[in-house]
Design a protein around this ligand. Structure first.
Ligand SMILES: Nc1ncnc2c1ncn2[C@@H]1O[C@H](COP(=O)(O)OP(=O)(O)OP(=O)(O)O)[C@@H](O)[C@H]1O
Length: 254
């Protein structure tokens, strides 16, 4: 900004961040769950969002995806103000999310589950190939005809990531993708996340508590505390920050 120019003349499209929030705030009655958050997620980045229980991480993701409306502030996607758009409109614009709560259909097979997101967009002749491709990407070919409810915990999580990423969104939001996984499953999940980022140029914003998983995937980390951005930087910056250690990394987790 040059001297004498007021801030109000800056346009929100002036930045090249894929996702940007300005003063994003969500109140539940007297509780400020997300407090004046200004995020900048660059295209192609893998960003992890960490913080103690109740810090506002899930609420922030729900605001971004349009599941909740903010009390104040704006969300810009690719320079465009999407604050008033519905969840569906945001999905059409290139955003997709895997929630913490399981969203697979337990009685349907793995293949039938993957068919659901793909059927909207993929032509009839291509859908079988698209399903096979998606299953293969997440190591689910061998269990394609298994009911989702009979999968292992890790496989269920991968099925959900497969469904959320099937249409190759530009931005994929994942809420605790490695929760409850074994070390081996967590490593596999990190591999899948890297592949989505590298092969599909996907930008990812990932909430995660497992710091080993964060270390394995994050190019940058945002720490949320009591709804506010407490720290931001590389995983090394974050792990070496004594204040972050005090509020989060050093605490005993269950
Ligand atoms: N729908 C709601 N109504 C009222 N309060 C809510 C609602 N959703 C979340 N909260 C509160 O907002 C705060 C932030 O919750 P949120 O789930 O976003 O935190 P989190 O960082 O994702 O926590 P966790 O790591 O435990 O999942 C908490 O105090 C929570 O109780």
């Amino acid at each position: 900004m040059t001297a004498g120019q007021s801030e109000a003349t800056e346009t929100p499209t002036g930045e090249d961040a894929l996702l940007r929030t300005d003063g994003l705030t969500k109140r539940f009655g007297g509780l400020v769950a997300v407090d004046d958050v200004n995020l900048r997620i660059q295209r192609g980045e893998i960003r992890c969002l960490i913080g103690p229980n109740g810090a506002g991480k899930s609420t922030l993701l729900k605001l971004l995806v349009g599941q909740l409306s903010p009390s104040e502030g704006h969300i810009y996607y690719d320079g465009r103000d999407i604050t008033g758009l519905s969840q569906h409109e945001r999905a059409r614009g290139g955003m997709s999310m895997k929630f913490q709560v399981p969203a697979v259909y337990g009685d349907l097979s793995v293949r039938q589950n993957v068919h659901i997101p793909l059927q909207r967009e993929v032509g009839r002749g291509r859908i079988d190939a698209a399903i096979e491709e998606t299953l293969d990407k997440f190591g689910l070919l061998d269990v394609a005809d298994t009911r989702a409810t009979d999968l292992s915990h890790g496989q269920q999580q991968w099925l959900e990531i497969a469904m959320a990423s099937a249409l190759e969104p530009e931005l994929l939001l994942l809420d605790e993708p490695a929760a409850g996984m074994s070390i081996r499953e967590t490593e596999k999940t990190a591999e899948y996340v890297h592949r989505l980022n590298e092969d599909r140029d996907m930008t990812l914003l990932v909430i995660e508590h497992d710091i080993d998983f964060v270390r394995a995937i994050a190019q940058s980390v945002t720490v949320l505390h009591r709804g506010e951005v407490f720290a931001e930087g590389t995983i090394e910056d974050i792990e070496n920050d004594p204040e972050v250690r005090r509020i989060y990394l050093g605490e005993v987790r269950e």
